[in-house]
Ligand binder design. Structure first.
Ligand SMILES: NC(=O)c1ccc[n+]([C@@H]2O[C@H](COP(=O)([O-])OP(=O)(O)OC[C@H]3O[C@@H](n4cnc5c(N)ncnc54)[C@H](OP(=O)(O)O)[C@@H]3O)[C@@H](O)[C@H]2O)c1
Length: 198
């Protein structure tokens, strides 16, 4: 959705072939996704200039609790002050408190979009995990979905309560498949889904 035509919201995610975004909450996505997807995610979110993610995703990275550089990082938590206790020591805490591209927020999706627009951003990348993709879904204009030829066996769904069939149906119903790109020789593809005009 464009809020007053000021900001475009897109979701960006990698999906296993059996329909999961990770095996469990602490699973680092880049442990099973392709190099090509990492490059794509890096470049597209940098181009957007602003990302939003849940605190679990933010701490399930190779550098837990550190913002993606050259992008504004809006990180959702119900406890924006208490979350600082998750860092190992005061030195790390003060380094991160000084960073202008990290903001912990307790806010609804609409409020986050308003804040990003007020901060001067024209795009906002919704970067997960399940709870954040699910909450932002009604406001997402474009869905970039990388499909990795990897089975995880079990894990977290992209959208709460939607198994792989349910996800495919939701996409078909609400979005139009605009583009499919082959990303490598291993079978990784990226789909661009655009929301249907109502
Ligand atoms: N494959 C992919 O593309 C991809 C992408 C992203 C994430 N992931 C995976 O997804 C998993 C995490 O997903 P998840 O659903 O468990 O967690 P999540 O969405 O990353 O984070 C959930 C947390 O975000 C906070 N939160 C969410 N909405 C909020 C709101 N409106 N207001 C205030 N706080 C809010 C809460 O934090 P507090 O508990 O601090 O209050 C909540 O516990 C990880 O395994 C990660 O690797 C995969």
């Amino acid at each position: 959705m464009a809020v007053g035509n000021r900001i475009q919201v897109f979701a960006i995610a990698a999906l296993s072939k059996d329909g999961f975004i990770g095996q469990d909450e602490g699973h680092v996505s880049t442990n099973w996704t392709s190099e090509e997807d990492k490059d794509w995610f890096w470049d597209r979110t940098k181009q957007a200039g602003a990302v939003v993610m849940g605190s679990t995703t933010f701490f399930a990275t190779r550098k837990p609790g550190w913002p993606l550089p050259e992008r504004m990082n809006y990180v959702l938590t119900r406890d924006p002050e208490g979350i600082w206790q998750k860092y190992e020591n005061d030195e790390e805490r003060s380094q991160l408190r000084a960073k202008e591209n990290l903001r912990y927020l307790s806010a609804s999706p609409a409020e986050v979009i308003e804040i990003a627009a007020a901060d001067g951003h024209q795009e906002l990348a919704v970067c997960g995990g399940t709870s954040v993709y699910t909450a932002f879904l009604p406001l997402v204009e474009t869905f970039y979905l990388t499909r990795e030829p990897v089975a995880l066996g079990e894990g977290l769904r992209l959208i709460k309560d939607l198994d792989l069939n349910g996800l495919e149906s939701m996409l078909e119903e609400n979005f139009t498949l605009q583009e499919t790109v082959t990303m490598n020789d291993q079978g990784t593809i990226r789909q661009t889904w655009k929301r249907k005009k109502s």
